[in-house]
Design a protein around this ligand. Structure first.
Ligand code: COI
Length: 354
């Protein structure tokens, strides 16, 4: 496939990198590619960032057949640009395709196209501490049709957004509400796909949590509502005694790339890391007996996000005295040192763009 490139006539002003929030500003160009059953994926192109023209009957608007990814490009101290584990994102993109009945994509071609897009947009790479270029590959169902079935046609696009911290708190503890009233996903559903529908399912409880002053929701399993799953935009870790515990991947939890990196780094430091089922009662008891040392989330957007407070039913617990714990701190430093090229990448996680 031949990638075509059309440059924007007029470039937008590039924002001050020290004042960036998350996901509000987009660069001058985007990548687009279409699918139909006759041609397969075709017409890959980098072109000016623009709205997508859609018939009101377009299937994605009605039945939510849509998936996405989230990854970041980082500017290093020497001015080069690098990506963190991008091939894992494209692999997961194809896993999501399979679950949502979307035709799979050529991961290597997408990776090469992404590198071209970032190279064109290199001036948009912010350089203030903690900033990066967030990358959002997405696929949407494009048939103009109201019957319920998998679409025959699709649009794949990649947009880029210079970002600062995902949470306005930055690298500071957030407050999380454990919900008993709602579930995000169930076994056999879409939980492990990065499907837009999972995020739609998270909104009601998220809004309720915000009203109570909590940043995000911690989800319990959809069947017994006992076992901890994940937070809407992050996987979750508990440090109990000297063990780092995270829920095992059970089909309804997203297989986070940062989650996997946390496990790999912790293991490489000789820490005890365990993937297993863990109940909310076990966490509350560990707190009561003084064994719950830390709770933190992991995600591309959030990196490592310490949790300072958890509310479950009537109980509110403070974790690590509401401060950043030492394990979260060490992981945040190690991950960001690799991502920003301050430390050598001994894990093979970095892909150089320029
Ligand atoms: C990410 O961490 O990239 C995510 O996809 C979370 C989110 C902003 C939906």
């Amino acid at each position: 496939m031949q990638l075509s490139i059309k440059s924007a006539d007029k470039l937008k002003p590039i924002p001050d990198s020290s004042a960036l929030s998350f996901g509000t500003i987009f660069t001058d160009h985007m990548f687009n590619m279409d699918y139909n059953p006759e041609k397969g994926w075709h017409n890959p192109r980098i072109e000016p960032y623009a709205p997508i023209n859609m018939d009101p009957s377009t299937m994605v608007l009605h039945y939510g057949q849509s998936i996405f990814e989230g990854l970041k490009a980082y500017r290093t101290g020497s001015g080069s640009i690098q990506l963190f584990r991008p091939k894992d994102n494209f692999k997961r993109f194809n896993n999501s395709c399979r679950l949502l009945c979307i035709p799979e994509v050529d991961e290597n071609f997408l990776f090469d196209s992404l590198k071209k897009l970032i190279t064109i947009e290199k001036n948009w790479l912010p350089d203030a501490p903690g900033t990066s270029l967030y990358i959002r590959p997405t696929i949407i169902a494009m048939d103009p049709f109201l019957g319920v079935r998998a679409s025959y046609t699709y649009r794949l696009f990649i947009i880029l957004s210079p970002v600062g911290a995902y949470y306005s708190a930055g690298f500071n503890p957030v407050k999380i509400l454990v919900t008993k009233d709602h579930v995000r996903a169930v076994r056999g559903g879409l939980g492990e796909a990065k499907a837009s529908a999972n995020y739609a399912a998270s909104l009601y409880a998220g809004e309720a949590a915000h009203k109570e002053g909590y940043t995000q929701v911690l989800w319990l399993d959809g069947i017994e509502q006992k076992y901890i799953e994940e937070v809407g935009s992050m996987n979750i870790f508990f440090v109990i005694d000297d063990e780092i515990i995270t829920p095992s991947l059970n089909g309804s939890i997203l297989s986070g790339i940062t989650r996997n990196s946390v496990l790999a780094l912790s293991k490489s430091w000789g820490l005890k890391t365990i993937e297993r089922r863990i109940t909310i009662d076990e966490v509350m008891q560990a707190h009561a007996s003084g064994k719950l040392k830390e709770v933190f989330g992991s995600g591309t957007a959030a990196v490592i996000s310490p949790v300072g407070e958890l509310k479950y039913g009537d109980k509110v617990i403070t974790v690590s005295d509401g401060k950043v714990g030492s394990v979260a701190n060490k992981l945040f430093k190690a991950l960001t040192d690799i991502q920003y090229g301050r430390e050598k990448d001994t894990m093979g996680w970095i892909e150089q763009v320029i």
